[in-house]
Design a binder for this molecule. Sequence first.
Ligand SMILES: [Zn+2]
Length: 252
Amino acid sequence: MDKVERAVDAAVEAVDPAYVVDLARRLVQIPSVMRGGDPAGNESAAAAAVAAELDGLGLLVRVEDAAPGRPNVIADWPADGTGPLLILEGHTDVVTEGDPSLWSVPPFGGVVRDGRLYGRGAADMKGGIAAAIGAVRAVRDAGVRLTGRVRLAVVSDEEGMMLGIKRFIRNGWAEGAVGAIICEPEANAPCLVQKGAVRAVGRFRGRMAHGAMPKTGVNPIPAAAAFVRRAARSRRTTRRATGGIRCSAIRA
Ligand SMILES: [Zn+2]
């Protein structure tokens, strides 16, 4: 067994599942839903909890706002590390819990029942954040000396406009990264491909005309409809071009 394999085994051995579950529970119990107009309705409490946890573990922690009250947490292990950079990424915001009366458990209770953690954000993705922190903790506890650095990027506004990760990249935190693991839930299978997103704004111009003389005007709506149909066709083409790759097809 070579040195790397021994280090991996030691780190896996050092993973503390009870710690990971407890941390995930504590994070679920912080309702980090973005609620416009509510000063507490943002990610700041969850980000503060993550920052305190990472600080306690001895990582070098930085907190910076992606938008007012919406902080990113950036933390490096080892604190004085150099060399190749691996990013573990997660987000603190969760989507709304909706009507709590429709839940079988309190949405922010962090209930563990029959070996499962229930609550808004348990899967997407406070469980992922806890797993990433638990992984770095295990590497630390195993005494593994890394030849590079691990950077935790725990960002805000993933469920909205991605302000957090955009700010993270703009501020240079991803520079020099040789890889990134996005800790989103994927049914426990590594997902090696990811779709992109296009947020397009289309303007279709018409020309006004009297209702009795439609030929002198231009109706922009058929052009907009044609555009939507073409866009839908191009999505189908893209899926064919990637060979219909789905995450489940590339389980490790
Ligand atoms: Zn997510």
